[in-house]
Ligand binder design. Structure first.
Ligand code: ZN
Length: 376
């Protein structure tokens, strides 16, 4: 039963329009508590083939229906209705806009000048809450200005900015994705490393304060940079704004596993419990091995051969230097020694994901791997 402190609402946001002139919208499920607490924003499937996050949101929504929430939670499933409907044969073309090749998760807004300009006006007398409010006003205005561009905007850009306008009001932003064939892993900003122990996700990628267009970066970079700039000007003052954002990779694309979605949802609820989003914690972290890497040690392996690939190394396996990771069949050399070529591990590593297709051209990214990994 819904807690009397919590109100639930469901609205739709128009994010695009199809060639028939019809609006494409996304549902926005919102839980708001009268008890103050963090604001949370979670979206799934900005990459249309990455669907597991939608089952995760189902389970989170069910949990929120009876949870004693503090603050607010906004859930936006299947946030890219264009991407999830782009099919080619049996597959979803979910990662890029096929019209212009734009990655659906790379057009969020980041205005570096605004950070420096805003930082100049702050002094230690300003409260954290006051700064957060003013800064959000500035960030909102900056995005709205871009949305109002009289020359118009690309589809991905427009979609991203509309979603970002909602996300920037949150203290915690989770963007749910999937790899191609993948183990569960999470991108964590280096300053929020401690939080990675609460997700029940075995593989953690620690990322720097660098904006490359994705929602997690667009969320944390402005606050991280502001915090750094203020620390420089006023050392010894607490400039922690409590903003955290993560890209969470929930296994493989094109897979819906509703039972596994419950486990994934429990992991997120565990993190939200740690962040005091509930009056009493809903979940506690599992005792498990969590391996982490810095982004520079998350390596891409390219196939040196074209051919048909058997992926021997499975996502999440510990592989030693020299072990066979993949075997590539060359149909132009079947009678000779080179019919099958091995791809060997260049160092000790953990493959996190691999290319989903068994036929590859030379130069294809076949694996992404943890190297120089460490327990967290
Ligand atoms: Zn993705």
């Amino acid at each position: 039963m819904q807690s009397p402190n919590v109100t639930f609402s469901k609205e739709y946001l128009v994010v695009a329009q199809n060639a028939s002139g019809r609006n494409l919208n996304v549902p926005i499920y919102k839980f708001v508590s009268s008890v103050p607490g963090p604001k949370v924003y979670i979206q799934s499937s900005i990459h249309g083939a990455e669907v597991q996050g939608n089952t995760v949101l189902l389970h989170i929504l069910k949990a929120l229906q009876s949870a004693n929430l503090r603050g607010e939670v906004t859930l936006v499933p299947n946030c890219n209705p264009v991407g999830s409907n782009l099919k080619s044969g049996e597959y979803t073309l979910g990662r890029f806009d096929p019209v212009n090749g734009q990655n659906w998760n790379r057009a969020y807004h980041y205005n570096e000048d605004l950070i420096a300009e805003f930082s100049e006006k702050i002094n230690p007398e300003n409260s954290i809450e006051e700064i957060k409010y003013e800064y959000r006003q500035k960030l909102t205005a900056s995005i709205e200005k871009r949305l109002e561009n009289e020359w118009g905007l690309g589809l991905a850009e427009c979609l991203n900015l509309k979603l970002q306008l909602m996300a920037l009001h949150a203290d915690i932003v989770l963007d749910l994705h999937n790899g191609p064939v993948s183990t569960r892993h999470i991108y964590v900003p280096e300053y929020a490393k401690e939080s990675s122990k609460y997700f029940n996700i075995p593989h953690v990628i620690l990322i720097p304060n660098k904006f490359s267009g994705a929602l997690d970066e667009a969320t944390f970079c402005p606050w991280w940079s502001l915090s750094d700039s203020l620390h420089e000007r006023f050392p010894g003052v607490n400039w922690d704004f409590g903003i955290e954002a993560f890209t969470v990779e929930m296994g493989s694309q094109e897979v819906i596993d509703i039972d596994a979605g419950k486990v994934d949802a429990d992991g997120i609820l565990c993190y939200l419990s740690y962040k005091e989003c509930f009056v009493t914690p809903l979940e506690h972290p599992k005792i498990m091995t969590r391996q982490a890497v810095y982004l520079k040690d998350y390596k891409i392996m390219y196939s040196r051969f074209g051919g048909m690939v058997e992926y021997v190394a499975k996502p999440g396996q510990y592989i030693k230097k020299g072990e066979v990771m993949a075997r590539v069949l060359n149909i132009d050399e079947l009678e000779g020694e080179d019919a099958v070529s091995n791809v060997n591990a260049p160092c000790d590593l953990i493959p996190i994901l691999h290319f989903p297709s068994a036929s590859v051209l030379g130069g294809t990214q076949i694996y992404k791997c943890f190297t120089n990994y460490f327990k967290i």
